[in-house]
Write a protein that binds this ligand. Structure first.
Ligand SMILES: [Cu+2]
Length: 122
């Protein structure tokens, strides 16, 4: 009996942890379920993103998705409210025109600080 209660408490604590990591629209896989008209998949490896520059249309809901090809990396798009790490896989955001900085937000090793790319919204 005691074991069951302990297991139930552990499960509850785990669910709480998972919920705290994701956004309100996230499914179990950490994907934002909000509707987007386009998707930008950013591939990360040690220690770079697959492109140095990404371009997306302005004022358009875009799904930003992180694919870790190698190592464990995250993404933060500065001033855009997009943070992907710790089980959060995608986020839908609508951005105004401008140039944003994409950077890794997990301390991932020797090349961490050079994991940066540009996001051009136009
Ligand atoms: Cu990093």
């Amino acid at each position: 009996m005691r074991k069951k209660i302990a297991a139930a408490l552990t499960a509850l604590a785990l669910m709480g942890t998972l919920a705290a990591c994701g956004g309100k629209n996230d499914n179990a896989a950490g994907e934002d379920t909000a509707t987007a008209s386009k998707e930008l998949v950013i591939h990360a490896s040690n220690w770079q993103f697959d492109k140095t520059e990404y371009t997306v249309p302005k004022d358009t809901p875009i799904r930003y998705t992180l694919e870790n090809e190698q190592g464990a990396h995250g993404i933060e798009i500065e001033k855009a409210g997009v943070k992907l790490s710790n089980g959060k896989k995608s986020k839908v955001a609508t951005l105004k025109a401008g140039t944003y900085t994409i950077k890794c937000n997990i301390v991932c090793g020797q090349g961490h600080l050079s994991m940066k790319a540009k996001l051009i919204v136009e």
